[in-house]
Ligand binder design. Sequence first.
Ligand code: EPZ
Length: 427
Amino acid sequence: MDRIRIRGGRQLKGEIRISGSKNASLPLMVAALLTDRKLTLRNVPRLADISTMLQLLQQHGVTVDAAPGENGHAHGTTLTLQAGKITSTTAPYDIVRKMRASVLVLGPLLAREGQARVSLPGGCAIGARPVDLHIAGLKAMGAEIDIDGGYMVARAPKGLKGARYTFPKVSVGATENLMMAAALAKGTTVLDNAAREPEIADLAECLIAMGVPVAGAGTETLTIEGVSALKDATHSVISDRIETGTYAMAVAMTAGDVELIGGRLDLIESAVQTLRSAGVTLEQTERGLRVHRTNGALHGVDVMTEPFPGFPTDLQAQMMALMTRAEGASMITETVFESRFMHVPELSRMGANVTIHHESALVRGVPKLRGAEVMATDLRASVSLAIAALAAEGDTTLHRVYHLDRGYERLEEKLSACGADIERLKG
Ligand code: EPZ
């Protein structure tokens, strides 16, 4: 398994190109299942999760044409997907267990084929991550869903019907599953307490381009008019706001000065406000987002993760890494997932001072971190260790970097281009 070695102490200077959003690309790719027409997606990032999703869609019968990006998206991939005929309505365990976003095929397969057999994803490092809201919402649209042998076995022999459904709690994936199912349902679907993440708005924009009227994107109430057929569409994937926030924190950690090309301040308002109160300067330029903390001190600030537009849970681990070197203390509360502090023991091995109290972690800034051998446990925890390593004394070796490769395109290239002493050790 590959490892990454980082020697800390270098200031990051220069520019980093932000890729298309992983968490927007995955549902956008699944939307191709809704129709036998072509869906072309631009600015798709080159990530392990994208490859896994392509593998899943191809076994459902989707043909894939991948080409290097163009029209200013030179750093992404342009994918043309076409589900001319669905050859299988089963999403197998060995793929779903690797990437839980696979459950997003449930709604589209049910809507188009009237049946689907999708493996339950199982838990992961950050929590149990049930899919009860996906199931309840689809049942409200007329689906019959049973659990059999670890699979969700779903039927809608008479098709799905539009319904009004209120989510008991905000769920990005359940919102996306129901939006896509509603596209082919008979009648109108209204989703209340829907997720408001920018990736939801991106999916709505793509569905509209495919011929599905969707209103309310970005608000807590979505209205989707079911249609009988969709049309060819082309859509450019939104910039990855979590990658943007991640690199902003990496730059701040090294007191550097970097322009994040394609980064959008408006997609991470809450995190930007938090970083500014911690002493980091962020300004939108016409090419992206400039981040610098040239000699000012880092101040400890409190953070509570919440669904959008609150502070993103996907930036919590990275913010914690930054706060380990701040002056003063920072209380970090994780309200979205039940066990998203797996990075704490590893940060502590680098000299961080973090104490966990239930869903909160108290971080007391320390004058220095020291490099160590550390273990990645999940996607965002692994990048938080890389951020800590950038400011640590000596060498850090990060193990199990396959977690990193799921969500960060060419991380070591992007960081070394800005002066980081980082290399991937094959093996
Ligand atoms: C999406 O996961 C993202 N993944 C996650 O990013 C992100 O952390 C999460 O949204 C929250 O923003 C993708 O978009 C591919 P949820 P998702 O349904 O849809 C509970 C990353 O690092 N819940 O909004 O699975 C759930 O357990 C990943 O890129 C239920 O109880 O998240 C969690 O506590 C990690 N029942 C909360 O809701 C359900 O049926 C939010 O989950 C569904 C979810």
